[in-house]
Design a protein around this ligand. Structure first.
Ligand code: SF4
Length: 485
């Protein structure tokens, strides 16, 4: 063997030895952490709290939860990455894998907030296909991100994820490895920081989401309001007690998984629950039949929703230039961009005007007319610029946001322009950045918020009903031809 090869082999051996030593030291440190934590637990035990677990309970509960998780967890796409401490890969390669995992955990946890797992899977796979790493995401545009997110709701989450990725890439491209550092990234709160740090980086920090609150509230029979800030802090403390220092990510996921699949809100399967031996709610319910485990956690008072009303006008434009040539007869729809702050910030929607409450059709049209005139400079009453080909109320529906109940009245307004559709754009010069034209094919395929999609579906249904012979059967839900109206 040449000297060079010998040297390089020696260097590889030394790196591997170094990695092994680091891992052993980490294990020792983590073991010390367990001891320290259990000692702390002993101290806390001297002032017993109904929330706390004893040292013995913690030990047994961890074992039961981890064993159950190993045998029962769902195979979800964001769980398919390798663990940080698995295998003998080179340190650098392993670090890359851990970074990819951290990014995947981040994306999935943000998507999972307020959204069901089954819905998230398809979104997650599409997202990771398009932006497999944080570097890819940082190069995207907000427009693309919003489009990819369309239908998931709570669009601020997507924006923060995007801004967070850009910040990390601008600062060196490494996702921070501790919860305290992760908290400095825009949009990452205590929950997401705990999830990334524990699942991807093996940091022994807790994670508390709605599922964990429910499980702990039942295990400890907590009768305090779980939304009360002092109670929330105590849930975090209990979750911190339970975190297994050697497998923090798996322990956290086991609690979340238990809440999602066994200890469900209305039908918990106590007979197949790995934690039933430690569950106070269950033992109380056995002694007192008037108590059910589902009495925990106690229901907080619901925040009253605000009721808003909106007149939505789907404006379909038929340009004069498109009239004579059937091939170019695609009509255009106007979309307006919402302000950069507030509800659905920066997303595209059909023109709309806020209303004071339930109104008549003529009041709504007045509100719409002034919006079109003042904001888009389309004067529906001036025959010099356009003719109204059709104007019909096509339906109404209620869309629920977390804190707002929004009633939308939808009308279809088809205008025949005197000039080219593009002339309208030119008349606005540089101001056109907040609105645009799209044809029906683009509208059907682009990412739209759920409420905008519902509005468009109402219009399509109206057309199919009113002009069935003009809508090609196969394309009825996707294409709107000029001669429909
Ligand atoms: S025993 Fe029942 S109530 Fe208690 S944690 Fe398990 S599933 Fe939930």
């Amino acid at each position: 063997m040449s000297q060079r090869n010998k040297k390089s082999k020696a260097s590889i051996t030394s790196t591997k030895t170094k990695n092994t030593v680091i891992r052993v030291n980490n294990r020792k440190r983590q073991q010390a952490l367990v001891e320290e934590q259990l000692q702390l637990q002993d101290i806390e035990d001297s002032t017993p709290s109904p929330f706390s677990f004893s040292k013995d309970e913690i030990h047994k509960l961890r074992l039961a939860l981890l064993e159950w998780y190993d045998n029962n967890h769902r195979n979800l796409p964001w769980r398919t990455f390798k663990n940080a401490s698995n295998g003998d890969d080179e340190e650098e390669e392993e670090d890359e894998e851990v970074q990819r995992r951290a990014y995947g955990v981040w994306v999935s946890e943000v998507m999972l907030q307020q959204t069901r797992v089954q819905t998230v899977i398809a979104y997650y796979n599409r997202w990771m296909n398009k932006w497999p790493t944080i570097h890819h995401l940082a190069q995207a545009s907000l427009e693309e991100v919003n489009e990819m997110w369309a239908g998931l709701g709570y669009y601020r989450r997507a924006r923060f994820l995007f801004e967070g990725a850009k910040k990390i890439v601008a600062e060196g491209g490494r996702i921070p490895k501790t919860a305290s550092m992760l908290l400095k990234i825009p949009g990452i709160g205590e929950y997401t920081a705990g999830a990334i740090a524990s699942i991807a980086f093996n940091e022994a920090v807790p994670v508390v989401d709605g599922n964990v609150v429910r499980v702990i509230a039942r295990l400890r029979a907590v009768s305090a309001n779980p939304k009360d800030s002092a109670t929330v802090k105590r849930f975090w403390k209990v979750a911190a007690q339970l975190v297994d220092p050697l497998r923090p990510g798996d322990l956290n996921q086991s609690l979340m998984e238990l809440g999602a699949t066994v200890c469900t809100p209305l039908n918990p399967s106590c007979s197949s629950c790995p934690a039933s031996e430690f569950c106070k709610a269950l033992s109380i319910s056995k002694e007192d039949t008037s108590v059910a485990v589902t009495d925990y956690p106690v229901k907080g008072t619901k925040v009253k929703q605000r009721c808003d009303f909106s007149a939505v006008c789907v404006v379909e434009l038929l340009g004069a230039d498109t009239m004579s040539d059937e091939k170019q007869s695609t009509s255009k729809f106007i979309l307006v961009k919402r302000p950069d702050e507030g509800l659905l910030a920066g997303l595209w929607e059909f023109p709309s005007a806020s209303l004071d409450g339930e109104t008549t059709s003529s009041t709504r049209r007045e509100a719409t007319n002034s919006f079109l005139k003042n904001v888009l400079r389309i004067d529906t009453r001036s025959k010099r610029t356009c003719n109204i080909v059709l104007r019909e109320d096509v339906g109404e529906f209620v869309h629920i946001f977390s804190h707002i109940r929004l009633k939308l009245y939808v009308e279809l307004l088809v205008l025949q322009l005197k000039g080219k559709v593009e002339d309208l754009l030119e008349s606005h010069g540089n101001e056109t950045t907040n609105w645009k034209f799209v044809d029906s094919n683009s509208l059907s395929s682009m990412g739209l918020t759920t409420s905008v999609r519902k509005v468009y579906n109402l219009v399509q249904k109206f057309k199919q009903k009113s002009f069935p012979s003009h809508v090609p059967a196969k394309k009825r839900s996707r294409t709107t031809r000029r001669n429909v109206v």
